[in-house]
Design a protein around this ligand. Structure first.
Ligand code: 5GP
Ligand code: ZN
Length: 112
């Protein structure tokens, strides 16, 4: 599949990995929009965006948020952080593989 995140997960494109388990992969964004900016993605390309989330994905989405909370603690984002998922063209989604941005490491600007 021609998906940049699938290639990163498969190790075909190098990434700065933060965490990996059987369900998710977390890595630093190549174009950071904050002092700390990483992405958490499901390993399987089952969802293009949060628009496709169904009840059956509850465990996966819950797990992603648990991983985010653990990584935020590990990276000492005690001052706070923002979790963003862009969904579709108007949100500026560029990679059609569900992913959650985590931004922190200093005061963040106001949201759009
Ligand atoms: P979106 O705009 O779809 O929500 O976010 C996609 C994100 O993936 C962007 O922030 C972009 O910088 C990041 N990204 C795109 N290609 C790569 C890559 O090859 N490596 C890494 N680490 N991040 C990437
Ligand atoms: Zn993918």
């Amino acid at each position: 599949m021609d998906c940049v995140f699938c290639k990163i997960i498969a190790g075909e494109i190098p990434s700065k990995k933060l965490y990996e388990d059987d369900m998710v992969y977390a890595f630093y964004d190549i174009e950071p929009a904050a002092p700390v900016h990483f992405l958490v993605v499901p390993k399987e390309h089952v969802l293009e965006s949060c628009a496709q989330v169904q009840e059956e994905h509850a465990a996966l989405i819950g797990h992603i948020f648990h991983v985010i909370a653990q990584l935020a603690r590990q990276l000492d984002l005690a001052g706070g952080y923002r979790v963003v998922t862009n969904c579709g063209a108007d949100a500026g989604q560029t990679v059609q593989h569900l992913h959650f941005h985590v931004l922190g490491g200093g005061p963040l600007g106001a949201m759009a």
